[in-house]
Design a protein around this ligand. Structure first.
Ligand SMILES: Cc1cc2nc3c(=O)[nH]c(=O)nc-3n(C[C@H](O)[C@H](O)[C@H](O)COP(=O)(O)OP(=O)(O)OC[C@H]3O[C@@H](n4cnc5c(N)ncnc54)[C@H](O)[C@@H]3O)c2cc1C
Length: 537
């Protein structure tokens, strides 16, 4: 059994663990991140993908949270423009809506005032005719008012997480995915380290640290159980489900935020890549978050409400590619508190009060505020264990100049959109092997070089790691089924897979997408030839 020594071990490689790792490692602490499944495969992959202040949190009196989130939004728009893009939101108010138009207008004015130095325009209003011209997809029947305000979208929260992890690695952090923590070692009332194993090889290891950070999102309480002690419960999750729909180019060009007719809940319809995302629900869920799936009624509810808001578009079950769900890792609220009213604030819990020192948990947080939360956690780390032990910080990996000038301009632009300044590193793979310049799917522009880069530099070890989190191929039209084989071939060449292992990797991918998503559209079935090859293998 191997043992390694760190200043800080972070359990959980979602966006909060990743952003915390980036901040803690940059401060010079020797850091290890252990992720049970793949980086960003938990709640981080199940959000509405908004980078926002959270207009509706004004209703719960969280103006400070909104202000902080708006500042984080502006920072992300400035610092990660390839991943985070401004997005206009249309907010129609209909007769019978729970929130009258004066109330919405006041909320939008406050939302603008809480972000005085923002780059996007302040909110404005539409007449019925203006709305129809601006966004004909949105219903104007029984409309009382309509507004336009601006927030942002991160088109891949998974890639944002990987960028935080790349920062952490550049500062010398060790990152391990497919590495579940089995036990938190507590000795003399202090957390001393963890036992973990490699889920793909079974190899067991121990790592020691001066501080353990539990960033396991909705699994925070399950990880606390790994101390073997009775600890106070911290998380009371609520499930949120979304639909990814293919509206054949008829969907709205702008995002829409409207009140659901049946229960008055706010509901988003956002353009995303070639599709639209409709969400979300908010249902108390005490089941194991690993098995979270959308219930039939959630899908019916989201389809019906979206069809009402977009009457000419024809939103129906047959447009739904798949439904995905996640559990919001919210601070535990008392029974009887309305789900939407549970605070979205994050908490850094010190478990000295539970009798275990040098162990903290991160509860809550948002994609939008993860970097800020990471900085706050770093302050807590400094106050608990003092300054880092002196050591050299690993040099940033050099970014080679692109030797792949033959890449089509569209592909080069695509790589810049995905990797920002790292794009030349990915493009360089196609100079060594021109076959890696080909797209891996008919439905998306991601190319073979991204698979190779994902394996070599981003810790991808399964086909799902590549298709669902290093690229977005598995989240679009055919859920990556037609790309699974070519992806497994590129991966197999680099990882030394046998033909049996390669075929198994494809089968595992098919199992994974059915476990993770409720798949509705027939068009997502694999082409008959692929099905035959892989099923019979
Ligand atoms: C429906 C929904 C919509 C949302 N929409 C938005 C939005 O639009 N904008 C926004 O800013 N935020 C949004 N959020 C919130 C945001 O997605 C989450 O707060 C955030 O992703 C939480 O990240 P995390 O890293 O704390 O948790 P996670 O992403 O869940 O990461 C925790 C990780 O810990 C790992 N883990 C668990 N147990 C172990 C173990 N024993 N060993 C090692 N690793 C372990 C898990 O595998 C997981 O990857 C939304 C959330 C939901 C559910």
């Amino acid at each position: 059994m191997a043992t390694a020594e760190y200043d800080v071990i972070i359990i959980g490689g979602g966006i909060n663990g990743a952003a915390t790792a980036a901040a803690v490692a940059a401060r010079g602490y020797r850091t290890l991140v252990l992720e049970r499944d793949d980086f960003a495969s938990g709640t981080t992959s199940a959000s509405t993908k908004l980078i926002h202040g959270g207009l509706r949190y004004l209703e719960t009196g969280d103006a400070r949270l909104v202000h902080e989130s708006l500042q984080s939004r502006e920072r992300l728009l400035r610092e990660r423009p390839h991943l985070v893009r401004p997005m206009g939101f249309i907010l129609p108010v209909y007769e019978g809506d729970p929130r009258p138009s004066w109330y919405i207008r006041t909320g939008l004015a406050l939302y603008d005032l809480l972000s005085p130095r923002k780059v996007s325009p302040w909110h404005s209003s539409f007449s019925e005719r203006e709305l129809h011209r601006f966004e004909p997809a949105v219903s104007t029947e029984r409309i009382k008012a309509a507004y336009l305000y601006h927030d942002a979208q991160v088109w891949s929260p998974e890639r944002l997480t990987l960028e935080y992890l790349a920062q952490a690695r550049a500062s010398g952090a060790d990152l391990r995915n497919h590495a579940p923590v089995d036990f938190i070692i507590v000795d003399g009332g202090r957390a001393r380290g963890v036992d973990f194993h490699d889920a793909l090889t079974g190899r067991r290891s121990t790592a020691s640290a001066r501080l353990v950070i539990n960033a396991a999102g909705p699994w925070v309480d399950a990880v606390l159980d790994a101390t073997g002690r009775a600890m106070r419960r911290r998380v009371g999750g609520t499930r949120g489900s979304h639909l990814v729909v293919d509206l054949d180019g008829r969907g709205p060009r702008h995002a829409v935020l409207a009140s659901a007719k049946s229960d008055g809940r706010p509901m988003f319809i956002t353009p995303w890549l070639d599709h639209h995302i409709i969400g979300t629900t908010d249902v108390r869920d005490d089941e194991d978050p690993s098995g979270v799936r959308a219930a039939g009624w959630e899908i019916d509810y989201l389809v019906a409400e979206a069809a009402r808001i977009l009457p000419g578009v024809g939103v129906e079950h047959r447009n739904v590619l798949y439904a995905y769900s996640g559990v919001r890792p919210l601070a535990r609220a008392g029974e009887g508190v309305f789900e939407g009213a549970i605070s979205r604030k994050s908490i850094i819990a010190d478990h000295s009060s539970d009798g275990v020192q040098q162990l903290i948990s991160i509860v809550g947080g948002k994609l939008t505020t993860a970097a800020e939360l990471g900085r706050k956690v770093t302050e807590a780390v400094a106050s608990m264990i003092g300054r880092p032990r002196a050591r050299g910080i690993a040099a940033l990996p050099a970014i080679p100049s692109s030797r792949a000038a033959f890449l089509l301009p569209d592909t080069q632009e695509h790589l810049r959109t995905v990797y920002g300044l790292r794009a030349p590193q990915v493009a360089a793979y196609t100079a060594a092997d021109p076959s890696l310049a080909r797209p891996i799917s008919d439905h998306h522009r991601d190319i073979g070089a991204q698979v190779a880069y994902g394996v070599d530099h981003e810790g991808a070890r399964t086909v799902a790691d590549v298709l669902l989190r290093r690229t977005v191929v598995g989240l679009t039209k055919d859920l990556g089924r037609s790309a699974a084989r070519s992806t497994s071939e590129i991966m197999g060449n680099r990882l030394g897979w046998s033909e049996d292992q390669r075929a198994q990797a494809v089968r595992d991918y098919f199992v994974e997408i059915h476990r993770r998503f409720v798949i509705l559209q027939d068009g997502t079935q694999p082409p008959p030839s692929e099905q035959l090859t892989e099923d019979s293998a």
